[in-house]
Design a protein around this ligand. Structure first.
Ligand SMILES: [Zn+2]
Length: 197
């Protein structure tokens, strides 16, 4: 099994924002990088409840707007998007369990410092990511690479599918394969797909 906690060492940041301001930000120890420009781009996107993926320089950035907040995670290019999505889902779940953020935001003098202890929770989520089992690693044959590729898939994506097998595109090394996954997380077929954009 892949060591997700180790893979997540390549995380650059996690940000939770309203449309106006950042309420919480996590960065690895010793990182002083700013992602404000990327976050400003993300805030322009009004669509809720759908994950969006971006490539920014050497980084991958994933974000989703849920109710009043925008959750964003950035990492090196090595980390698969599904793992970043699973991380954001877990972060949002724990954050909303601990904080009644909607009522905080209503106060004009709300100080985001009350949310600083959540950094420890994020560290804990990363450290225990293998145990919480929100993702699975599938071995997918690629007819272009001529090898078996480890593809990380969110369990929630498979579990909440409307029908099976559920399709997933894995875009890698300049080409893409379409994998069909059944409800037991088994691969039922793989096709080479063309890409445009
Ligand atoms: Zn390939």
């Amino acid at each position: 099994m892949a060591d997700y906690s180790r893979i997540l060492q390549d995380l650059e940041f996690i940000n939770i924002s309203t449309d106006q301001f950042t309420v919480f930000e996590w960065k690895p120890e010793g990182s002083y990088k700013s992602f404000i420009l990327d976050l400003n781009v993300i805030k322009q996107n009004p669509v809720s409840n759908i994950f969006f993926h971006m490539f920014r320089g050497n980084m991958k950035i994933v974000h989703i707007r849920l109710k009043n907040l925008i959750y964003t995670a950035g990492s090196t290019n090595e980390v698969q998007f599904q793992l970043l999505e699973a991380l954001i889902e877990r972060v949002a779940e724990v954050f909303n369990e601990i904080y009644d953020i909607d009522s905080y935001i209503m106060y004009d003098n709300f100080s985001t410092t009350v949310l600083n202890p959540f950094k420890d929770e994020v560290d804990k989520i990363i450290k225990t990511f293998n145990e919480i089992k929100t993702v699975v690693e599938l071995k997918v044959p690629c007819m272009v690479c001529n090898g078996i590729l480890p593809v990380i898939v969110k369990k929630s994506f498979v579990d909440n599918a409307e029908s099976y097998p559920v399709p997933l595109v894995y875009n890698h090394k300049g080409h893409a394969i379409l994998c069909f996954i059944d409800k037991n997380y088994d691969i039922r077929g793989v096709e080479l797909v063309n890409i445009t954009g």
